[in-house]
Design a binder for this molecule. Structure first.
Ligand SMILES: [Zn+2]
Length: 100
């Protein structure tokens, strides 16, 4: 047991502090939660705060990148099918006219 451990608080005081404004007008000096900028009382507690990437704003997922790309692919496929059908119709119409 080392003799100086009781007053060795340098690591503790070097830890990041909260700094949130308090009702007293001063900054909070409580230690910030590990990996966060605020203390456990000022929004640093586990489970507090908004989820990542604003997931609260997502209601139904109809406008996610994947769904938009899916709709675009379907539209291009439909356009190609329509073009192919028109091509087939224009090819077959004279043939029908000749046969009848
Ligand atoms: Zn605080």
């Amino acid at each position: 047991m080392s003799a100086d451990h009781i007053r060795n608080t340098s690591a503790m005081s070097a830890s990041p502090r909260c700094g949130a404004g308090t009702r007293g007008g001063l900054a909070c000096r409580a230690p910030a939660v590990r990996g966060k900028r605020r203390c456990r009382m000022h929004g640093g507690a586990a489970g507090s705060g908004a989820p990542r990437r604003n997931r609260n704003a997502r209601k139904h997922g109809a406008f996610t990148r994947e769904r938009i790309a899916e709709r675009r692919a379907i539209r291009t496929l439909l356009g190609e099918a329509e073009k192919l059908l028109a091509e087939l119709a224009s090819d077959s119409l004279p043939a029908k006219g000749q046969s009848s």
